[in-house]
Design a protein around this ligand. Structure first.
Ligand code: GLC
Length: 750
């Protein structure tokens, strides 16, 4: 009997386990949520907990028994990071993980073109998919509050409306590949100094009007499948497990159904991680084995510490099941979606996309005397000066650093474009950072140069004096205290004595073009001595071609600044009020309180309110052609707050070549219960026009464009009264205004 019993029992167990272990990965036509419930019902508590935290530097566990794959994440917003060792930041030295570096997101924002954002997201999503990644750790949309923030180059500028409109297509493009976007860093990570210990103190209105809109759009319009919490604190809770930001707003008010991923090392407490909205924990330094012990993944805050609380009956599994439901939903959207495409990498299409994005994002800041474009047929010798003409910029800068298939330098792009009949002579001009390595990826460039500044300037002046024109390529770089994660700049001025070089070149040759490569605004004390200035961002793999195509006029520049370029740091609210980077508490906690007391008056909002004339205003960007604006008209002179009003304005290309113009709509509330900015961006349209062509540009103006956030109601309010619509080519160059009335009040929590 006993013998018969055991085989029967064993068979039953096996059958049971076989059923329980039947992979959920079936051709199952049920809805994702039904499949989620099915998978959840088959999982043990241990398997559920294992899904909540990393198993390696960039991956988290699946459920092998049930055929649920592990998740692979990858940086970053500009390209797919090279493979690292299992538990290391350093390279795995694969030979097939080079990528295309797309331009930095400040460049994307400067295109003011949502179609380009879609192209960007689709292309980078294809590269992530091909590399077998399920979550792309980007894009970043933290608002540009200070020009010193080391990571502004990864974000989309100072205006919440522009960032909101540009982030949505990027997300859709990425996710069309079955790869999750992971919009970061939610929220209030607006500088890098003390990034793990800064506690942001901010009023509700500023939070909802300035710092949340791009994240809200990412969730409600972009449908992002994941969000990354921020390192900093808000209301004394870390961004990665924050009741207010994650539960109340993100998952509560906005109905986010995706996964909240911690920043790497952003988790600090098991109890808060359980209850305050975190779903997946990465990069923690555990104190289970010892801080930073390798493979200490079982000691993560949401690993054994959480499991033992459950096993001891000290916490339930309600939060656990909610986290795992979200993770399973992410699985069915990504690595368990049998229909997702296969991706591609380093394709001609991606290289063309990188170049196109760069060309459209370059901003022509100044062009007096029409020095630009330079026709290669009209010059014999071109002088190119500056370290940034040849220094690789795809390596460095922090987690967005890449290993690229290639990076064409501005110097090589210019040489190639001007061709064999033009002599291109190079001079260093200055020595910035001759190193070139990040996490084991090396540029291979030997930029060492021991000459003195005077010797370098003398050489540059000599080269410039004997050339038909001079192209200075300088700016910032991806080194610490430049445009780099985990540190901020310490001044607005250009580093390495570049101002002296530029002044010397201006004296040596009046046909001088300054190309500024940076992710941040910089001071330009020589602005009146230089006839032509291009803002060229970090343009990635195709930098040289994009810059050369704009300089020679193959491409007519159409970029517009996504942030204000102030004359001096004190022209910026956070600095004028002495609020940056905050005040350390003297209670031994290492917390630094940073008060955003400038409130909603960030960027051009501050400049307008305080009548501060910027060096170059938000939305500024010239063209090689000219545009004339007609008179703005509205189809009705008054609307109810639930109504809509259509504004139209004719724009004509009055020049002799095709060009694109970004027509910008700002709204001014002439009388409001709460102080409001002089004007706020509430619409933009990029239009390509042939010479003499006129387009009728129209904008819908509805309550969204008219409302402000009333913290006492916790609602967006559109008040009756007089408003003005201002249409222009930048925030400081308004070409037509039209007044209209709003007849009644309607407040709701949109
Ligand atoms: C970094 C960054 C984050 C990045 C992550 C993984 O510290 O803050 O943006 O995605 O860690 O490298």
């Amino acid at each position: 009997m006993k013998k018969i019993f055991i085989p029967l029992f064993a068979a039953a167990v096996c059958a049971l386990s076989a059923t329980a272990s039947t992979p959920v990965y079936l051709d199952d036509t049920r809805s994702i949520d039904e499949r989620v419930e099915d998978a959840l019902s088959r999982m043990t508590v241990k398997e559920k907990v294992a899904m909540l935290h990393a198993q390696s530097k960039f991956s988290s566990a699946g459920v092998p028994r049930l055929g649920i794959p592990e998740f692979w994440t990858t940086d970053g917003p500009h390209g797919i990071r090279p493979e690292v060792l299992w538990d290391e930041w350093n390279q795995a030295h694969w030979t097939n993980d080079s990528c295309v570096a797309f331009p930095a997101l400040t460049c994307l924002a400067a295109t003011w073109n949502p179609d380009i954002a879609m192209l960007y997201g689709k292309s980078i999503g294809e590269e992530a998919r091909y590399r077998g990644k399920d979550i792309l750790l980007g894009p970043g949309v933290n608002i540009y509050r200070t020009p010193l923030n080391g990571r502004n180059f990864e974000y989309m500028g100072e205006d919440p409306y522009l960032a909101s409109k540009m982030v949505v297509p990027y997300i859709k493009g990425v996710q069309s590949n079955g790869v999750a976007a992971c919009v970061k860093h939610y929220a209030l990570n607006n500088h890098e100094v003390n990034r793990h210990t800064t506690n942001v103190i901010i009023d509700d209105r500023t939070l909802h009007e300035i710092y949340l809109p791009a994240f809200k759009a990412a969730v409600k319009d972009g449908g992002t499948w994941s969000i990354m919490g921020s390192y900093n604190l808000y209301k004394d809770q870390h961004g990665c497990h924050n009741q207010y930001l994650l539960n109340d707003i993100l998952k509560g008010e906005w109905g986010f159904d995706g996964v909240v991923v911690s920043d790497w090392g952003g988790t600090h407490d098991t109890a808060e991680a359980i209850t305050n909205g975190l779903d997946m924990e990465f990069g923690s330094w555990t104190n289970g084995l010892s801080n930073g012990a390798s493979n200490a993944y079982d000691n993560y805050y949401l690993a054994n510490p959480y499991l033992s609380l459950i096993e001891q009956g000290k916490v339930g599994t309600k939060e656990l099941d909610d986290k795992v439901r979200r993770i399973l939903r992410l699985a069915f959207r990504t690595n368990m979606d049998r229909n997702r495409p296969y991706g591609s990498i380093c394709s001609p299409e991606h290289i063309e996309a990188a170049r196109t994005i760069g060309e459209e994002g370059i901003v022509l800041l100044k062009n007096s005397g029409k020095v630009l474009p330079i026709n290669p047929k009209t010059v014999r010798r071109v002088a190119v000066v500056g370290e940034n003409a040849l220094k690789m910029m795809t390596v460095g800068g922090g987690s967005s650093s890449l290993k690229v298939k290639y990076e064409l330098s501005p110097l090589d792009g210019i040489r190639h474009k001007f061709g064999p009949d033009v002599e291109v002579v190079y001079a260093r001009g200055y020595v910035g950072d001759p190193t070139g390595e990040y996490n084991g990826v090396v540029t291979g460039q030997n930029l060492k140069d021991d000459r003195s500044a005077d010797e370098l300037i003398a050489e540059a002046v000599d080269v410039a004096a004997n050339a038909d024109c001079v192209i200075f390529v300088g700016g910032l770089n991806k080194s610490a205290h430049q445009d780099c994660e985990d540190s901020d700049r310490t001044a607005l001025e250009l580093p390495y004595g570049q101002d002296d070089v530029i002044r010397a070149l201006a004296r040596a040759n009046r046909n001088l073009v300054v190309v500024n490569i940076s992710g941040n605004a910089v001071a330009m004390p020589w602005v009146n001595d230089v006839p032509a200035i291009l803002q060229a961002w970090y343009l990635g793999t195709e930098s040289g071609n994009a810059i050369a195509n704009v300089i020679t006029g193959t491409v007519n520049p159409s970029g517009k600044l996504p942030m204000t370029f102030p004359v001096k740091l004190d022209d910026v609210g956070a600095h004028s009020l002495g609020l940056y980077p905050g005040t350390p508490r003297n209670d031994g906690s290492k917390i630094v309180d940073c008060k955003y007391d400038e409130g909603i008056f960030v960027g051009y909002r501050w400049a307008d309110r305080n009548k501060v004339k910027p060096l170059f205003p938000f939305g500024h960007g010239l063209s090689y052609t000219d545009f004339k604006y007609g008179k703005a008209k509205v189809d009705k002179s008054s609307i109810g707050t639930s109504g809509k009003l259509t504004l139209t304005i004719p724009v004509t290309n009055t020049g002799d070549r095709e060009g694109s113009e970004v027509v910008q709509l700002y709204i001014s509330d002439l009388k409001s219960s709460l102080p409001r900015p002089v004007k706020e961006l509430k619409g933009f349209k990029k239009v390509k026009l042939a010479p003499s062509e006129t387009a009728e540009i129209s904008f819908e103006i509805d309550r969204d464009a008219l409302s402000y956030f009333d913290p006492s109601l916790h609602a967006w309010v559109c008040e009756p009264g007089s408003f003005e619509a201002l249409v222009g080519t930048s925030s400081a160059d308004i070409r037509s205004k039209v007044r209209f009335e709003v007849s009644d009040t309607l407040a709701d929590n949109k």
